[in-house]
Ligand binder design. Sequence first.
Ligand code: SF4
Length: 150
Amino acid sequence: MNYKVHGVTFLILATGAWLLGMAVVMSSSLPWGIIDLALIVMSFAAVIYFYCAKCTARKVCSHVLPGYLTRYFPARRIEPYSRTDVVIMAAAFLSMTAFPLYWLARSISMLLVYAGLLAIAVVELRAKVCGDCRNIHCVLKKNPRCGTLP
Ligand code: SF4
């Protein structure tokens, strides 16, 4: 249960950062802000289909929402992630994180808040969530003994 608190905290912090970045982009350029919003939505959808839909822990997802949303995506066979799955998952996170940097770099304070939120989120994830996650195929898995199917 505790890992769900930390898992949801990660999601709130990271999503807050991505939405903050989008708001900064949008305040400077509405079309680019809309493109950023579309990129965030598509990236989330890509992560849910290419990663979460194959997760052995999706019914007890530490972040709650991604695991819940998998039921609205096409079913996937539960098996180790392919290289394509991992590359698309990584590209989705990197692209929505990198996209607003050009606009954020114009305001050091906003850039620091953005980087700070993401840094805290990643520390929270690695320190408090990954060690207990039951996704036995996760490429970020910390504890190889933690492989109980839900
Ligand atoms: S625990 Fe599984 S369903 Fe939840 S976010 Fe991680 S990969 Fe996705």
